[in-house]
Design a protein around this ligand. Structure first.
Ligand code: FES
Length: 69
């Protein structure tokens, strides 16, 4: 089970996990820079789509589950 971080206990590093047939899960201390160069506010955890099927790109919306076996 992945540890949930808050602003009080976030480490100074990020943890990146490639989910089998799913997204890249990132937790810890990081920022996300989008394709247009804008930076999302600092987040504690995010799942980035790597299947290309999400309707909420660049984030995973669970659409990958439709074709994962
Ligand atoms: S990885 Fe989950 S929708 Fe693409």
């Amino acid at each position: 089970m992945m540890e949930e971080f808050t602003e009080d206990n976030a480490p100074d590093k990020a943890f990146i996990v490639l989910k089998p047939k799913g997204p890249v899960s990132i937790s810890g201390s990081f920022e996300v820079t989008l394709e247009d160069g804008s930076v999302l506010e600092k987040r504690e955890k995010v799942s980035i789509c790597r299947c290309g099927m999400s309707q909420k790109m660049p984030f995973c919306d669970g659409a990958h589950k439709a074709f994962a076996h």
